[in-house]
Design a protein around this ligand. Sequence first.
Ligand SMILES: [Fe+2]
Length: 393
Amino acid sequence: MSSVWSSPNPLLFGRGKAGETGNELRKLGCKKALVVFDRGVESAGIAGRVIAVIEAAGVSVVAFNEVQADPPDWSVEAAGALGAAEGVDCVVGVGGGSSIDTAKAAKLLITNPPPLKQYYGRDGVVTKPSVPLIVIPTTAGTGSECTPGGVITDTERGIKTNIAGVGCSVTLGIVDPELTYGLPKAVTASTGMDALCHCIESYTSARANPFSGVAGREGIDLVAKYLVRACEDGSDAQAREGMMLASSLGGIAMSGALCHLSHDIGRSLGAKFHVPHGNGCAACLPQVLWAVAPVKTAQVRYFAESFGETLAPDDPADEVGLAAYRAARELMARIGLPNMKALGLDRAQLLSAVPDEVVMQCEMAARAGFVTSPVPVSRELIADIVSRAYDEN
Ligand SMILES: [Fe+2]
């Protein structure tokens, strides 16, 4: 067997742990922090609370509150320039995936000169070590507190790309479920489906490995148990904790195995039609499960049975695929996830853009040695998945 296993960085997990951020920075010897967040995290009062505990520990703060969704290169370069100009000795990212990815890029740019584009790519990109980075997720979905890189929008080419390497690595993730108590149902649903897609896609990836199996299966079970509860009652502490754990497990699962078709389609929906990441990745999940069931039957069966489907031991792959398809659709209905029509998408526009984009991305990844889809990717397959998802979900 040949595979890639990524061990996660240390995580401090538990209710109230965000209150220890200042002490953790002091343990790292830090004196001046660049704290990176967006206006939503700021208006929810979370950024202010984190800044207060950092300052109470005697660490001064330079705030960057201009994080953009699907962070574009120019925005993360502004964060890095601020950190470099202020001479910070650490970075703290507070928020969803966009804030954490911006913080990773800002860290990278403190010891690696701009422009950021010279560091794009997953493999073979050499970056210099940088200052410590603490990331504090405020949603249960991205898992990026456990992943070794970040996703940045390359505005020159109009695509999403990756940064990786020691220059942007996470020093410590502080995972505090209490930070998600105030999230609205729609955000809980969308980010929760992102976590689920990380778990099931990495579990069924062509690059799947024992780590992605263990973490992916556990994450699937947690989402099956807690996502509906977290959506129905945002103050359900046990459900929030379970979803936060599922999110981190999803990050661990995908670190080496990577995601495949649901995320490939989701990235295209995000780049071309500005669909929120979790909604885009989940939009075709039932059809993707059905498509990969013939080659990943045991894994798709695990998913279906975790969500309450009953299957006989000798049920064929198409029955297994249908059970998983039903389970995913039922979950999406129960949590009120908007389908592609409700997201305002047009069928013809989707079909003219998404299949070509996904095939191109998969071909580029394959040339770089990253084949993740367990089934051959063709324009016809993606068009079938997308058109069925549009009509059926
Ligand atoms: Fe994702």
